[in-house]
Design a protein. Structure first.
Length: 203
């Protein structure tokens, strides 16, 4: 997993509440277990007409937001089903950070497991950041996870809070598998000490 330290990027404003996981990645695209390739289906119904042509009014179809790495939304982002494909699709599109007043719990947890930083900030601050983002490429936000601040284009620093363990894992780029592999030597020693007939089996 790619570590998340400091991100300076274009932010895309999505002034909608209750953006559910079916909007983020429709269920018909969930047949794959691969994390790559889902970005082209992110927000499918919002990005495309039924004939497959782009909806020119959707923010991620417009320059410079096609290259956005930060998404700013309203309350309850990621509600609905618990599909992990939702953060997969966002990450594959290029989104590394989502800022919103609140998130659905399972989506919030899945973001951390996939290298996306979800930041909770009050609605009025999110609206101010959306105004900043409306300036497009000339208005980039800085997200500093080490210092736990978002820096607006005018230099104002906005503090946010992240669970200490999750913050450390993002900074180090460790998902669940990465955490386990850090203990590979201890696991190997344990396996080597088990009776031969038990090695390679589970208890």
């Amino acid at each position: 997993m790619t570590p998340f330290t400091t991100l300076t990027a274009i932010a895309a404003p999505l002034p909608e509440a209750n953006v559910d996981t079916d909007k983020i990645i429709p269920s018909r695209f969930l047949k794959t277990t691969q994390r790559s390739g889902l970005g082209r289906y992110a927000f499918d119904a919002m990005r495309y007409h039924p004939d497959g042509s782009e909806r020119p009014d959707f923010v991620l179809n417009r320059a410079p937001y096609r290259a956005a790495e930060i998404l700013i939304a309203h309350e309850n982002f990621g509600c609905g089903s618990s599909r992990e494909h939702a953060p997969w699709a966002l990450l594959d599109f290029g989104i590394r950070c989502v800022i919103a007043p609140s998130f659905a719990d399972i989506f919030h947890n899945n973001c951390f497991k996939n290298g996306i930083l979800p930041i909770r900030l009050p609605r009025e601050i999110c609206d101010r950041l959306m105004q900043d983002a409306s300036a497009g490429a000339n208005s980039r936000l800085v997200v500093d996870l080490e210092r736990q601040i978002v820096v607006r284009p005018d230099g104002e620093e906005i503090a946010f809070e992240v669970d200490a363990l999750r913050r450390r894992l993002l900074l180090e780029g460790l998902d669940d598998i990465g955490q386990t592999l850090r203990h590979a030597e201890a696991i190997d020693r344990f396996e080597a000490g088990r009776p031969a007939w038990m090695q390679g089996t589970t208890l």
